[in-house]
Design a protein. Structure first.
Length: 123
């Protein structure tokens, strides 16, 4: 039964990664075959399918759509998913923190962290 749930979820997943993977597997193509047909590297196709690319190039998505011989509706859906992915905010919104008077502040900032404004309360 888990496979049915997984497959049902996959059909309703309209992310760029899911759409590329779904169209490629429906045409019984490997990532290597799709990359060759689209004139892209295997790494590019893999990165698109895993969602590793934050802002996919329009030309790359178009080459993949053409290599997959998508109809107009599927082509538009793929291009819309690429635009949505490019314009989606990166990561969760910043969290607010409250400091006690006299508390030390240590900031740990990683590649996905965003720092907006920190205001220390007056003592």
């Amino acid at each position: 039964m888990p496979d049915a749930v997984t497959n049902d979820h996959a059909l309703h997943d309209h992310t760029l990664a899911a759409l590329v993977r779904r169209h490629r597997t429906a045409r019984l193509l490997t990532q290597e075959q799709l990359a060759e047909a689209a004139g892209l590297s295997v790494r590019s196709v893999r990165n698109l399918e895993t969602g590793a690319v934050r802002a996919p190039r329009t030309s790359s998505v178009r080459y993949i759509a053409e290599a997959l011989c998508l109809d107009d509706g599927a082509y538009r859906q793929l291009m819309d998913a690429a635009v949505t992915q490019r314009t989606a905010p990166a990561g969760p919104p910043p969290r607010a923190i409250t400091l006690e008077p006299g508390a030390d502040l240590i900031l740990l900032v990683g590649p996905t962290a965003r720092l907006s404004i920190i205001v220390a309360p007056e003592a």
